[in-house]
Design a protein around this ligand. Structure first.
Ligand SMILES: Nc1nc2c(c(=O)[nH]1)N[C@H]1C(S)=C(S)[C@@H](COP(=O)(O)O)O[C@H]1N2
Ligand SMILES: [Mo]
Length: 249
């Protein structure tokens, strides 16, 4: 069974703010939205926003973000298996206009973000060599480079009641995660694979990568990250067909 994007969006709107209509929703959070990085003069620069991290906000999330979570041991560069990562896309590779591409972070946050790739790549870079495991019976040791999701959440400042994170992808794929897994130091939004610019079929410009969850949790072509206090009837593309939700490794 396959759910369409509008249906998923409607479910998400219900948990974010039951009162707003879809149109209002799009106006507030979407293309014409109130993100911090809309072009034009007078909008706060990334540095200004980073400065605001010292303001009080969700203590629980702050703890999750800054407390040391145990890292998963990594591999060395000579262990990378460049041919083993099998392309696994339920609907082919979507066409994304990189000039227009934005990553939206919204929902239960103080500062919704609307970032282009230049802004994302100006954030601290992290590289890791980990094993990707697909339930379909294959695995691959891969190097991923990108930004820690926890750094993006620190900028967005989650509300006290934020508990889950929804990821929407350009191909209609969707996923939901628990917050501690999202703030794990090895959970990245990656734009690099095995030392090269992330290929389109592997999720360019931005995909999830982590050593703590199965392959199907690691959304490719991520366009939107939405924090919520509840899970909806839609938990994830594979989960809604019976796969396990937590899917930890
Ligand atoms: N948007 C999107 N993300 C996705 C998928 C997909 O079909 N669409 N497939 C998932 C599955 S099952 C796996 S194993 C990995 C595969 O990543 P790769 O194609 O880069 O090897 O992507 C995951 N993320
Ligand atoms: Mo997979």
């Amino acid at each position: 069974m396959n759910h369409n994007q509008q249906e998923i969006e409607r479910e998400l709107i219900k948990v974010i703010n039951p009162e707003v209509s879809r149109r209002q929703f799009l106006k507030t959070w979407g293309i014409s939205g109130m993100g911090f990085f809309l072009t034009g003069c007078g909008t706060p620069a990334l540095e200004d926003l980073v400065g605001k991290i010292s303001e009080p906000w969700n203590q629980k999330v702050e703890q999750l973000i800054f407390q040391p979570q145990k890292p998963v041991p990594e591999f060395s560069s000579n262990q990378i298996e460049p041919k083993s990562l099998i392309i696994n896309s339920f609907r082919g590779t979507p066409i994304i206009d990189l000039e227009k591409y934005r990553l939206i972070i919204d929902g239960q946050v103080n500062h919704p973000l609307n970032l282009n790739m230049r802004e994302i790549q100006s954030l601290p870079y992290t590289s890791m060599i980990i094993r990707h495991v697909c339930v379909e019976g294959w695995a691959a040791i891969v190097q991923w480079g990108g930004v820690r999701l926890r750094d993006l959440l620190a900028l967005a400042q989650p509300h006290v009641n934020a508990k889950y994170v929804y990821f929407q992808s350009a191909d209609g794929y969707y996923e939901s995660w628990d917050l501690p897994s999202v703030t794990h130091p090895q959970t990245l939004l990656a734009y690099e694979k095995n030392g090269e610019k992330l290929p389109r079929e592997n999720g360019a410009p931005l995909r999830l990568a982590t050593p703590i969850k199965l392959g199907y949790k690691q959304s490719k072509w991520v366009t939107r990250v939405t924090l919520t206090s509840e899970l909806t009837n839609f938990k994830g593309y594979w989960e809604d067909q019976g796969y396990e939700w937590f899917a930890g490794l």
